[in-house]
Design a protein around this ligand. Structure first.
Ligand SMILES: [Zn+2]
Length: 138
């Protein structure tokens, strides 16, 4: 599949996910639960579990954070610079975008950020450095 087609598909996924998150934040979790599993799903699932007893605060925090990243990604698609690493400006591989549609950096830069080699604040970014990626992800 051409990169452009993949991005169109990812855009649809991002919009769906954003709508589900917005609805969930408004108190309706049905749409979010109906969505197929995605990367980041573990975090949300954990939050959903926690939400059984203690709804909203933890969940809302995770979802708000994801929502910001999704909004940024949708904005970048609109601007035409989606899929470009915010740090090194190289193209982020499609496999990584498929796994994490709102990825802002390539894996190398993500690692550099996590290890503190790159200070994301210098770049004016708000990267979610709590999220770490396993070696199996591209
Ligand atoms: Zn990079």
């Amino acid at each position: 599949m051409a990169r452009k087609d993949s991005i169109i598909k990812l855009h649809a996924q991002l919009v769906n996910r954003r709508d589900a998150l917005r609805q969930a934040l408004a108190g309706d979790l049905s749409l979010l639960k109906a969505l197929p599993e995605q990367t980041g799903g573990d975090v949300v699932d954990a939050a959903l579990d926690a939400a059984q007893d203690d709804i909203s605060s933890k969940l809302a925090e995770v979802e708000s954070r994801e929502l910001v990243l999704i909004d940024n990604a949708i904005e970048r698609i609109r601007e035409g610079n989606y899929g470009q690493c915010e740090v090194c400006n190289n193209k982020i591989p499609l496999a990584r975008l498929n796994a994490l549609p709102y990825a802002q950096t390539c894996i190398d830069c993500q690692r550099a950020v996590e290890s503190g080699e790159v200070n994301i604040a210098d770049l004016g970014l708000t990267l979610d450095t709590d999220v770490s990626f396993s070696d199996s992800e591209v």
